[in-house]
Design a protein around this ligand. Structure first.
Ligand code: DAH
Length: 349
């Protein structure tokens, strides 16, 4: 027959042993092992409790009471250890958390460089008082050619260049039809820029069948070539920097008279023609790059839109967006704009 003292001694022994085991535990795994060992269904406490029925009836209540006390004490010790481990872990997490490690950025979209250049250019002209207008990419012969003083036998109408849909309907080959469409809708003074896609039957290293242009024009009383020069020079300085030199060369366009082509000092070599003694690839050693076409609107065009050429004068210009983007960002290959390689596009965020 076992005595109640034996049982109580064993129970109290459990407390000491558990304290010792817990003192050595340093992880949640170890803690769980100890929990099973002492408090589990077949653990040390359960083993002692299973011996209670061996006691005499009189002794059982006293031992039972003690057993309960010990059980609670064991649970308490266990919980305390658990809390202290958790606290330790939190402190460790803080100590190993490095706030200087860069976060993971979510992927954000970006504007296509062509869109960006269009927005940049339009914003300069908006600040100069121009409106932004747009029109259809599927045009008819009248707006694309006839009203722009391009007669039927003009080479620009050649099948080589124009993508025809029917005899009279075509994909616009330039944004100049927006001059006509806008002038037919409004009376002077009028100043507008018109960005958009244009199409030509042309495809090689330096030509794509679709590309972008921006047309611009201004009509009022007493508009002179000096206004044209001043406006375009201010614009080019804004886009390429105030040190850029600008020159006007006589040229020909059917819808302007006189006409000019505008060059800027080469953005690659700064107009030197050479870089480290080597021929500049962009300007081919000339120091200049062609940037746009322009001129004073031909009275024949005014006649088409019913503007009085005695009263009004105006200037117009047209530029290629891809070309400006290539020069501005130093992009050597036109195809970059159309391949949409994400590594290329991400540089324009
Ligand atoms: N439309 C011409 C082209 O596509 C560009 C151009 C030149 C537009 C002179 C103009 C201009 O308005 O005055 O080549």
């Amino acid at each position: 027959m076992i005595s109640v003292q034996d049982i109580i001694q064993d129970l109290e022994g459990l407390i000491q042993e558990l304290e010792q085991s817990l003192g050595q535990a340093s992880s949640f795994q170890e803690l769980e092992k100890i929990r099973v060992e002492y408090l589990g269904r077949k653990g040390r406490l359960a083993q002692v409790m299973s011996r209670l029925p061996e006691l005499s009836k009189e002794d059982r209540p006293q031992a039972g009471k003690k057993a309960n006390e010990i059980k609670n004490k064991l649970h308490e010790l266990f919980e305390e250890k658990k809390e202290s481990l958790e606290e330790q872990k939190n402190r460790l997490d803080l100590a190993t958390f490095d706030p200087t490690i860069p976060g993971r950025n979510p992927d954000v979209g970006s504007l296509h460089p062509i869109t960006r250049v269009i927005e940049d250019i339009c914003s300069v002209f908006i600040q100069l008082g121009f409106d932004v207008v747009s029109g259809p990419e599927v045009e008819n012969d009248f707006y694309n050619f006839e009203a722009l003083n391009i007669p039927p036998e003009h080479p620009a109408r050649d099948m080589q260049d124009t993508l025809y849909i029917t005899d009279k309907i075509l994909l616009r080959t330039h944004t100049s039809p927006l001059q006509i469409r806008t002038m037919l809708k409004r009376k002077p003074p009028v100043a507008a820029v018109a960005p958009g896609k244009v199409y030509r039957r042309d495809s090689d290293l330096t030509h794509t069948p679709m590309f972008h242009q921006i047309e611009g024009f201004l009509v009022d009383t007493q508009v002179s070539m000096a206004d044209l020069r001043g406006t375009l020079t201010a614009f080019l300085h804004r886009i390429f920097g105030p040190k850029t030199r600008v020159r006007f060369r006589p040229s020909f366009f059917p819808f302007t008279e006189p006409s000019a082509e505008v060059d800027i000092s080469c953005v690659m070599c700064g107009g030197e023609g050479k870089i480290d003694g080597q021929t500049c690839r962009v300007c081919k050693e000339t120091g200049w790059v062609e940037i746009l076409g322009c001129g004073m609107i031909d009275p024949a065009v005014f006649a088409m839109v019913d503007y009085d050429p005695e009263k009004y004068s105006g200037f117009a210009f047209g530029l290629g967006v891809e070309r400006i983007a290539m020069l501005k960002y130093g992009i050597g290959d036109l195809r970059m704009f159309f391949e949409n390689d994400i590594r290329f596009l991400q540089q324009f965020v």
